[in-house]
Design a protein around this ligand. Structure first.
Ligand SMILES: NC(=O)c1ccc[n+]([C@@H]2O[C@H](COP(=O)([O-])OP(=O)(O)OC[C@H]3O[C@@H](n4cnc5c(N)ncnc54)[C@H](O)[C@@H]3O)[C@@H](O)[C@H]2O)c1
Ligand SMILES: [Fe+2]
Length: 426
């Protein structure tokens, strides 16, 4: 098949080595025990904090420790523990109502990506008028939101450092994102000990999400930023994120399988918390692309998790993008420790094979067929996905409906060779 490499609308493609954008919290704290820093971060902002979480996390020793530390520091704590995975709008309404009564100076998100996203949209609606729908899309939040301290308990979404919050709106067929630099939390506190106790399936799927964040941001299209204008939230592959993405890929390569096999392995948990953070610092500015775009349709049709979908699709996405990012994939082969071959093409084969092997080892199926996708639905998925311009246009190759369909067909069959530009045995 023929693959067309994407070019910048604003001129010739510039290398990832020549420009960079990073938007980050004002402090990112990482390490075992870092939970104890939260009162110190909250205190300069005032004396009232609201914790947004869910019922499961509300019952954990981590939350009890957080609450006790805040109260010892003289901070009045209010708890909203009715968070629900995937953040339905009704839960956002409840959280905002609770927050208006509590009048917090700071909102603390404590939990997986769903609790962090709930904290972010609650902070948004305390500062700016609703409905939330008015902010769906990119760069529509008009100004700063209430300070958020984001404390993740899963290693995957990286929401603690990203400019995104994802919610479920019953009026919409797919989940919707609000993307704005103003949604980057003020503080990220990543204490790997909080991920202990995370169910293995959540660890596996959110770990696959982190791997997809690292690899899609690394291989995103390269665009020349229009510096004189408001930049898009996701600017494409860039130099500042590249190092972080590669750091994440290497750490995930050596720790994700271990977390799934031995969930009590402290070193592996710490490595995954670090990797998820690095991957998100990269994707928060570079953005993701085809796997994340295609997952919207697949997830809605099969009711499978975001991490499962982007993980399943990842080897196919890398294969189709490979003509546009050979340098990046050679670096991936290096950090995954599979760069023994002398021939560049074989090294890239080995890198993509290793990604597929990680995904397989953590129990994610290798084909769309296995998760119940009907082959006859693939053209409709390709057509839907081609409308997700923000993600599709961030790919390093021109991803029209025909190309998206080929990726879906290869993913359904489980045959990456269908996507190779140079036919031949591996
Ligand atoms: N904002 C972003 O940048 C971003 C990026 C990717 C995904 N997301 C969103 O994040 C959500 C998924 O987040 P997630 O995968 O972290 O899972 P989640 O927050 O939906 O949590 C899943 C389940 O795991 C439980 N859990 C979490 N941590 C635990 C722990 N340490 N111990 C025991 N149970 C624990 C939760 O209580 C919940 O029941 C989706 O809505 C997705 O769209 C957001
Ligand atoms: Fe993701």
């Amino acid at each position: 098949m023929t693959i067309e490499i994407a070019s910048s609308g604003a001129g010739p493609i510039v290398g990832a080595g020549t420009t960079g954008v990073l938007r980050l919290p004002r402090q990112v704290l990482f390490g075992r025990g870092s939970l104890e820093s939260v009162p110190v971060l909250v205190r300069p902002h005032g004396r009232r904090a609201l914790i947004c979480t869910d019922a499961t996390m509300a019952a954990t020793p981590g939350l009890a420790a957080l609450r006790a530390a805040l109260e010892r520091a003289g901070i009045e704590v209010s708890l909203f523990a009715d968070g629900v995975p995937e953040v339905p709008l009704t839960v956002v309404d409840d959280s905002v109502r609770h927050a208006r009564a509590a009048r917090p100076d700071v909102i603390i998100g404590f939990g997986g990506g769903s609790s962090l996203d709930l904290a972010k949209v609650t902070a948004l609606l305390l500062e700016h008028p609703g409905p939330l729908e008015g902010y769906y899309g990119e760069n529509l939040v008009p100004g700063p939101v209430l300070p958020v301290v984001a404390v993740p308990t899963t290693a995957g979404t990286g929401s603690e450092v990203t400019p995104v919050a994802v919610v479920s709106d019953p009026q919409r067929q797919f989940k919707v994102g609000i993307s704005s630099p103003y949604l980057v939390p003020a503080y990220a506190v990543v204490d790997p000990d909080l991920t202990h106790g995370c169910p293995v399936i959540v660890s596996a799927h959110s770990g696959a999400d982190a791997l997809a964040h690292a690899l899609e941001s690394l291989t995103a299209g390269r665009r020349r930023p229009a510096w004189q204008s408001t930049l898009p939230v996701f600017v494409g592959a860039n130099r500042l994120g590249q190092t972080l993405a590669l750091e994440a890929v290497g750490a995930i390569g050596s720790s994700l399988r271990e977390v799934v096999v031995s969930p009590d392995d402290r070193d592996a948990r710490t490595a995954m918390a670090h990797a998820s953070l690095c991957a998100a610092m990269s994707f928060g500015s570079a953005g993701t692309h085809l796997g994340h775009a295609l997952q919207y349709s697949i997830g809605a049709a099969t009711h499978t998790s975001h991490g499962l979908g982007v993980g399943l699709l990842l080897p196919y996405v890398l294969e189709v993008c490979r003509p546009a990012c050979t340098d990046e994939l050679l670096l991936v082969a290096d950090v995954l420790g599979v760069a023994a071959a002398t021939d560049a093409d074989r090294r890239i084969d080995a890198a993509i094979d290793e990604v597929a092997s990680i995904i397989d080892a953590i129990g994610i199926p290798g084909t769309l067929r296995e998760i119940g996708v009907d082959r006859a639905d693939l053209p409709a998925f390709a057509a839907q996905t081609s409308t997700f311009g923000r993600l599709v246009d961030n790919a390093p190759v021109v991803a029209d409906e025909a190309l998206l369909l080929r990726v879906l067909e290869a993913s359904w069959e489980g045959d990456r060779d269908m996507l190779r530009t140079v036919p031949g045995p591996r």
